[in-house]
Ligand binder design. Structure first.
Ligand SMILES: *Cc1c(COP(=O)(O)O)cnc(C)c1O
Length: 462
């Protein structure tokens, strides 16, 4: 299995190399050269299997010879051992033919744990075998950073630096990043917004001297291994509801387009998915784009679903690559235009996108009222991100087709908004109940690339 860049000018890599590299050296994102196909019989055979065995069968063809079967099975087992639900990704019913896929039973209470716990184990296995050490730098709107710190803390062959927008993440998210005591993990509070953090990260990857000097590796949602890990639960959920014998649809609360892109890959592999619905909050650039208004950046408006407060949806580049017939030159040009504000999507590409994706948005008011209404009609207490999904799913769904909305975080991760909407203060799970007593360790840093690079160089283990 070979991986190629969406900009067409970086070397082809193996799974392991693409995972350790993150962003391609031409600025593009790695995608598999071909999408492995899963037959209806193979999908039917997933019925009744454990999450781990499903994960092994779905991901195996993408991994090539980077890991042998026994090693890969052991990695998957370790990745999901820290989840506190035996099903890992349980499905609960909200309404007639509307289901919620609970992706928040991992160590940091958000779906990011599915990918990050796996990638931590994959990095550890690969680096130990190679006798190498890397520096991981990540940008986060809150959940990626806590998931990465949790997944990599204490590993001897990595240093981790997480850039997060100061004052724009929830207190639970911040404390999950700042309370681990391990000396190889560092939380950096940047005086800027998430897009500033993400832009700084991209600049670090494009500075080859810095990149090679610190052996920079990325675990942001652009890392192909993360997308791959998320493909698994589309299969496990669809199979629970009768795939391959009947179609299901998914609604996905979306920011960086990583989670929904995993659903697109599942569909391309052969999973019978009827609709893939992109759900955005008031930062609705993806919804506007899919509605034919082009992709034009505006200011980011902080919302009660902060993990989706994004203007530059980095994984969107991957689907644009397919929409433009896998033309790396065309993608390079679009991304150049994005650098100066935005781009229009060609008619052909828009048709492709609209065949694959439906979309909708939820305002702040609608998000809050959906939390209240869902609690009354189903007893399920939603986090604000999941509520954006449920609101859009209710608007867009075909009652004849089962709809699965992805619940991306536990309500206790966003207690202020949940309490405002429902009157209930969602408690943290018992294993985290002392989070507010643990000492914090955080470095405040200017929104300045040079300062960030200096900090990183000064804090990596020599
Ligand atoms: C990251 C995140 C999202 C958005 O996921 P993308 O893959 O970036 O689209 C939605 N909800 C929560 C809780 C998240 O942490």
């Amino acid at each position: 299995m070979k991986y190629i860049s969406t900009r067409g000018a970086a070397p082809e890599l193996s799974f392991e190399e693409a995972m350790l590299t993150g962003l391609a050296r031409d600025g593009g994102l790695y995608v598999p050269a071909e999408i492995p196909q899963v037959s209806a019989d193979e999908i039917a055979a997933l019925s009744g299997l454990s999450y781990e065995e499903t994960a092994f069968r779905i991901m195996r063809p993408f991994v090539g010879d980077s890991f042998d079967d026994d090693a890969f099975r052991a990695i998957i087992a370790r990745a999901y051992a820290g989840f506190d639900h035996a099903a890992r990704a349980p499905l609960v019913q909200l309404d007639q033919n509307h289901f919620l896929l609970e992706l928040f039973h991992g160590p940091t209470l958000a779906f990011k744990d599915f990918a990050m716990q796996l990638i931590g184990q994959l990095f550890q296995a690969a680096l130990a075998r190679r006798g190498e050490r890397v520096t991981i730098v990540g940008a986060t709107s809150g959940d990626t950073g806590s998931a990465a710190i949790e997944a990599f803390k204490g590993l001897s062959n990595v240093d981790v630096f997480i850039l997060f927008p100061h004052g724009r993440v929830s207190e639970v998210q911040r404390r999950q990043m700042t309370t681990p005591a391990d000396s190889n993990v560092h939380a950096l509070a940047v005086d800027g917004d998430f897009d500033d953090c993400q832009a700084a990260l991209k600049d670090m990857f494009n500075d080859f001297e810095f990149r090679d000097g610190v052996r920079l590796a990325g675990v942001n949602s652009i890392n192909w291994a993360r997308v791959l890990a998320q493909v698994v639960y589309y299969f496990s959920a669809a199979v629970s509801l009768g795939a391959p014998h009947r179609k299901v649809s998914f609604t996905v609360p979306t920011g960086n387009f990583g989670d929904i892109f995993a659903g697109y890959i599942a569909k391309r592999m052969g999973l019978p998915i009827d609709r893939l619905v992109v759900a955005t909050n008031q930062n609705d650039i993806l919804h506007r784009c899919l509605s034919g208004q082009g992709y034009h950046k505006g200011p980011t408006h902080p919302s009660i679903s902060p993990s989706m407060d994004i203007q530059v949806s980095s994984n969107f580049e991957r689907v644009l690559y397919d929409a433009y017939g896998r033309d790396g030159g065309a993608v390079t040009q679009l991304m150049d235009e994005l650098g100066s504000g935005g781009f229009d999507v060609s008619q052909g590409a828009l048709e492709f996108l609209r065949e694959q994706f439906d979309s909708g948005r939820a305002s702040e008011e609608e998000t809050l009222s959906t939390i209240g209404a869902t609690l009354r009609t189903s007893t399920e207490l939603l986090c604000p991100h999941s509520a954006v999904g449920v609101k859009v799913a209710n608007d867009r769904r075909d009652p004849a087709v089962p709809m699965i909305t992805l619940a991306t975080a536990h309500p206790a991760k966003f207690p202020a908004a949940v309490e405002q909407a429902s009157g209930i203060h969602p408690p943290l799970p018992p294993r985290m109940s002392d989070l507010f007593e643990r000492p914090e360790r955080v470095s405040r840093i200017a929104n300045d690339l040079a300062a960030m690079k200096e900090f990183i160089k000064g804090h990596i283990a020599k």
